[in-house]
Design a protein around this ligand. Structure first.
Ligand SMILES: C=C1C[C@]23C[C@@]1(O)CC[C@H]2[C@@]12CC[C@H](O)[C@@](C)(C(=O)O1)[C@H]2[C@@H]3C(=O)O
Ligand SMILES: O=C(O)CCC(=O)C(=O)O
Ligand SMILES: [Fe+2]
Length: 327
C-alpha cells in the first residue's frame, strides 16, 4: 500500500464535518449517441454545471492503460516520484495544492496537455498511452462544446470548442491519487478528511474519469453537498468559470471537492480544457440579449494570473463581476 510521506500537515487540518447526504442518484446522465443529447447537455449545464456522459466514444483500453501506468508511478518510492519535478506549475506534488497554502490528502501529477515537449519532460507515462487518452478526451470535449453551442442556438457552433482546440490552448492534464486514510475509522464517522478542497475549475470545461472509488462531491444551488457515485467507464463533465462567463452566468461553474476514503484508494484523471492565454473571455453578445453583462472582459492570461494567486475555495470570479446599477 502506498503511504504518503510523514505529514508535516496534521490530519485535523484536513478534517471537515460530514455534512453530506448519501450517494445522489439524480445527477444528469447524457447519452452522447442520441439525437436529443444537446438539449439535455444545456439543461444539465444550467441546473448543475455538471453531468455524466455515456456512449462517449473513448475506448475503455485507453482509460485502463493510463490508469495502470499511473498506479505504477504512484507506487514508486517518494524520491523516484519527486524526480518528476515539483509542481511549479507542472510536475509531481504531494499534499500541497497550488502556491497559496492549500493542502489535501493526495499526491498528483500536473502536466501541460498541449505541447508534446512538456508531455515528455514531466510525464512518467508512455507517450503513446498518454497521447491516446488525452487526444480522445479532447475530441469528446470538443464535441460536447459544439453540441452546447447548438443547444443554445448560437453561431458559429465552434464558438466554445475553438478555444480548447486551438494550438495555443492552455490546457492542463492532472492525475490525482488519494491513498486510503486508515485514521478515518468508525470512531471518526462524523468527520471526513479532505482529499481535494472545495473549488471551481477556472477553465472552460473539465473532463474527469476516476476508478470506482467514491469521494467526489458537488455543491447544489441550495448549498447542500452530494456524493457522486463513481463509474470507471463513464466521464464526468464540469462547467468551468470561463464557460460561466461566456454564457453570462447561464451555465454554472460547479463547486466540487473530494473526500478521502478510509479503505480504498482513488485515482482520477482530469483534462482541463482552457483557452489560449491571449483569448478574450466575455459574455457572448447573443447570450446577453437585453440583459446586463454580468462580467467584465478579461484575457485568460489575466484570469489565470489572478486565479493562481487565490486560495482553492475562493470565489475567483468575484473580482471580475460587474456591478450593474439598475437605471
Ligand atoms: C489553489 C490553487 C490550485 C489551483 C490554482 C489555485 O491557486 C486555484 C485554482 C486551482 C486549480 C483547480 C482546478 C485544477 O485542478 C487546477 C490545475 C487549476 O487550473 O486551478 C488547480 C490549480 C493547481 O493545482 O495548481
Ligand atoms: O480528483 C478528483 O476526483 C477531482 C479533483 C479536482 O477537482 C481537480 O483536480 O480540480
Ligand atoms: Fe476541480
Amino acid at each position: 500500500m502506498v503511504v504518503l510521506s510523514k505529514p508535516a500537515i496534521e490530519l485535523e487540518q484536513l478534517s471537515i464535518a460530514n455534512n453530506c447526504s448519501t450517494l445522489f442518484p439524480g445527477v444528469p446522465l447524457v447519452d452522447l449517441s442520441i439525437p436529443d443529447s444537446k438539449t439535455q447537455l444545456v439543461k444539465a449545464c444550467e441546473e448543475f454545471g455538471f453531468f455524466k456522459v455515456i456512449n462517449h466514444g473513448v475506448p475503455f483500453e485507453y482509460m485502463r492503460d493510463l490508469e495502470s501506468e499511473a498506479l505504477k508511478f504512484f507506487s514508486l518510492p517518494l524520491p523516484d516520484k519527486q524526480r518528476a519535478g515539483p509542481p511549479n506549475p507542472f510536475g509531481y506534488g504531494n499534499k500541497k495544492i497550488g502556491q497559496s497554502g492549500d493542502v489535501g490528502w493526495l499526491e498528483y501529477l500536473l502536466l501541460n496537455s498541449n505541447t508534446e515537449a512538456d508531455f515528455n519532460k514531466f510525464s512518467p507515462f508512455s507517450v503513446c498511452v498518454l497521447k491516446n487518452y488525452v487526444s480522445a478526451v479532447k475530441k469528446m470535449a470538443f464535441e460536447i462544446l459544439e453540441m452546447l453551442a447548438d443547444g443554445l442556438k448560437i453561431q458559429p457552433r465552434n464558438v466554445f470548442s475553438k478555444l480548447v482546440m486551438d494550438e495555443q490552448s492552455d490546457s492542463v492534464f492532472r492525475v490525482n491519487h488519494y491513498p486510503p486514510c486508515p485514521d478515518l475509522g468508525e470512531s471518526n464517522g462524523s468527520r471526513n478528511l479532505i482529499g481535494f478542497g472545495e473549488h471551481t475549475d477556472p477553465q472552460v470545461i473539465s473532463v474527469l474519469r476516476s476508478n470506482n472509488t467514491s469521494g467526489f462531491q458537488i455543491c447544489l444551488k441550495d448549498g447542500n453537498w452530494i456524493s457522486i457515485p463513481p463509474d470507471h467507464s463513464s466521464f464526468f463533465i464540469n462547467v468551468g468559470d470561463s464557460l460561466q462567463v461566456m454564457t453570462n452566468g447561464r451555465f454554472k461553474s460547479v463547486r466540487h471537492r473530494v473526500v478521502a476514503n478510509s479503505s480504498k484508494s482513488r485515482l482520477s484523471m482530469i483534462y482541463f480544457g482552457g483557452p489560449p492565454l491571449s483569448e478574450k473571455i466575455a459574455p457572448l453578445p447573443s447570450l446577453i440579449k437585453g440583459e446586463d453583462s454580468l462580467y467584465k472582459e478579461f484575457t485568460w492570461f489575466e484570469y489565470k494570473k489572478s486565479a493562481y494567486k487565490s486560495r482553492l475555495a475562493d470565489n475567483r470570479l468575484g473580482l471580475f463581476e460587474k456591478i450593474n446599477v439598475a437605471s
